[in-house]
Design a protein around this ligand. Structure first.
Ligand code: SF4
Ligand code: SF4
Length: 168
């Protein structure tokens, strides 16, 4: 006997069950982000510092949003030298564009010392740069970052806030 389940033609009842599941699933979404032309809106919003200060006001710079995100991929490379200064370990570690040290470079300069800049960078990467380079958002709308954020920062609400700001 085959270990695989028998495949059969989908019946009307199966399609109805699928539609019902989809409807119930979609009804659980609380916020609908308006992503139409978002990458253009984002560019216009870029210099609106008051908006970005407001959106990032409660951010703890913890980086949890990046760590749970299925599309974030940034990493850092760390060298740990042993005391003999001849051997050591080079390791690759997850990094987060939301933590203060992310923009820190040799010489002590930090390219993004303000959390408003870091939030803007996170959204820019996902919702603008990826669209420009690959024609798609680097966000699948899973909501994991919203669940993980203790400050209740919500990417969907922020997308709508940007849209509202540029439409004023
Ligand atoms: S999880 Fe929330 S508080 Fe933490 S860095 Fe991300 S947006 Fe800020
Ligand atoms: S909603 Fe988007 S940004 Fe947030 S965790 Fe999912 S893919 Fe990442």
């Amino acid at each position: 006997m085959s270990k695989y389940a028998k495949v059969s033609e989908a019946l009307t009842a199966d399609f109805n069950a699928y539609d019902k599941f989809k409807e119930s699933y979609q009804s659980k979404f609380k916020v609908s982000p308006d992503v139409r032309n978002f990458h253009e809106d984002f560019e216009i919003s870029y210099g609106k510092n008051e908006l970005w200060d407001r959106l990032s006001k409660n951010c703890f710079s913890c980086g949890s949003c990046n760590l749970v995100c299925p599309t974030c991929f940034c990493f850092n490379v760390k060298d740990d030298m042993k005391i003999d200064l001849k051997t050591g370990i080079k390791s690759r570690e997850w990094d987060s564009c939301m933590i203060p040290d992310y923009g820190l470079v040799a010489g002590g300069h930090n390219f993004r010392p303000a959390k408003s800049n870091r939030l803007k960078q996170r959204y820019r990467c996902k919702l603008k740069t990826f669209v420009d380079k690959f024609g798609a958002y680097s966000c699948v709308g899973c909501g994991r970052c919203v669940e993980a954020c203790l400050a209740k920062i919500n990417i969907c609400e922020d997308i709508n806030a940007v849209k509202e700001e540029v439409s004023l």
